[in-house]
Design a protein around this ligand. Structure first.
Ligand code: GLU
Length: 409
């Protein structure tokens, strides 16, 4: 039975890196009809950040990565104490300055076959210094708590970031000392920024909740994270969660470090936005911005239809429709005023106000004055580009458009 876990420490809000680890674990569990377990590693009490535990749960819930079981280490302190005492009894651990320490004394190399890239990783046990397993405050260290919990909750595969590789020999030593069979280890290559440096805030490595708040869809974020270092083969890139679970395999995880590319995430988000039905997209946009709920329903849907193909995030809707729903503030030059006058005459004579007729008028004015669309765009909206102008003006309505032109003149 496959049983995997994620073991976040509530010392910060999860970012793309640890959330991708969660996704890989989840997919591996689903692919193998196994269990996905959440374990809160809150044993380093001084480093706990208020709200971090809640954010971890909020992110997993938003993304649909629901755990089958949940554990919290601070509620299991007696277990770790018992096991530390067992190590003392076996003369593997000793007490010093109040804390319990372990001495690695195998005299041999410590090695394992890592599931990523199927390669042997080996450490010389002489290089491993004595380490603390139980602190004087009665809390275990990561090493002891992680091994005890992974064993007691019957974890079959430990899938975690490469940054934990140097801890693994210590863990293997503890497994051996307790006489337990270790799980299979899979250390995921860490995500790097475009400059090949460790991914940081300056690369856009924000909290996952920030991406949600900026208008990224969970489907896009999940898809983005899964292709950071994994591919089902071929050039398949767009996948639903079900497809990912069906195809996911540790064998196909790349051994090279994946590079974080925000442009890719934006592109994927656009792809998923275009896949939504108009009603569904309207709903999502409105839920993000209360003030849009005041716009007339029919007009709102037209705006969504128009904006859908041009949005990379839900939040961009606001900016795209601002020239329509708000009176633009533009000061025109003499030349522009002349053009505005011509538009005014042309528009006034349109009987049936719709985008084709509006476009014909705009085209005529442009041709006569030898100017291009951005000039027309600026006159009518104050911006140089955006949603297609004829459609925009159709939605604004003839009366309002003429009113705007009067004001400009
Ligand atoms: N608490 C560790 C973390 O914050 C867990 C590492 C592991 O998965 O063993 O990522």
């Amino acid at each position: 039975m496959v049983r995997v876990r994620i073991a976040p420490s509530p010392t910060g809000i999860p970012h793309i890196g640890n959330t991708r680890t969660a996704l890989f674990n989840y997919l591996f569990a689903k692919h193998n009809q196994g269990k996905f377990i959440l374990r809160i590693e809150d044993t380093d009490q001084k480093r706990i950040v208020p709200g971090a535990k809640e954010a971890i749960v909020e992110i997993l819930t938003w993304l649909g990565l629901f755990p089958d079981e949940q554990y919290t280490q601070s509620e299991r302190l007696s277990l770790y104490k018992e096991h530390a005492e067992l190590l003392i009894k076996k003369a593997i651990a000793y007490k010093k300055d109040g804390a319990v320490w372990v001495r690695v004394n195998t005299g041999a190399a410590i090695a394992w076959d890592d599931a990523i890239g199927n390669k042997k990783i080996q450490f010389n046990s002489n290089d491993i210094e004595d380490f603390v397993v139980l602190k004087s405050d009665g809390f275990p260290t990561y090493h002891l708590a992680s091994v005890v919990d992974d064993h007691l909750t019957e974890i079959s595969h430990v899938i975690r970031g490469q940054e934990w590789i140097s801890s693994t020999p210590k863990h293997l030593f503890l497994y051996e000392s307790f006489g337990w069979k270790p799980p299979i280890f899979a250390h995921l290559p860490v995500i790097l920024g475009p400059d090949k440096a460790k991914l940081s805030k300056r690369h856009g490595a924000k909290s996952v909740l920030d991406y949600r708040d900026e208008g990224y869809l969970k489907e896009a974020l999940l898809n983005f994270m899964v292709i950071l270092g994994w591919s089902p083969g071929g050039d398949k890139e767009i996948m639903s969660m079900d497809e990912m679970a069906q195809l996911f395999d540790l064998k196909n995880v790349n051994t090279a470090n994946p590079i974080f590319d925000i442009g890719k995430l934006q592109w994927l988000n656009g792809v998923y936005i275009r896949q939504l039905g108009i009603d569904e997209l309207s709903e999502k946009i409105k839920n993000k911005n209360e003030k849009l709920k005041r716009i007339n329903e029919k007009i709102f849907k037209k705006l969504v239809e128009l904006a859908q193909s041009r949005m990379k995030t839900l939040n961009e809707f606001d900016e795209l429709v601002a020239p329509i729903v708000e009176e633009p503030k533009v000061v025109l030059s003499q030349n522009e005023k002349e053009l505005a006058r011509k538009l005014n005459v042309g528009f006034s004579s349109i009987v049936h106000w719709e985008s084709n007729a509006i476009f014909t008028t705009i085209k005529k004015v442009m041709q006569e004055a030898q100017v291009r669309m951005p000039v027309m765009y600026r006159i009518m909206t104050g911006k140089e580009s955006g949603l297609p102008l004829p459609q925009v003006l159709e939605i604004i309505g003839k009366e309002k458009v003429l009113e705007r032109l009067q004001k400009l003149l």
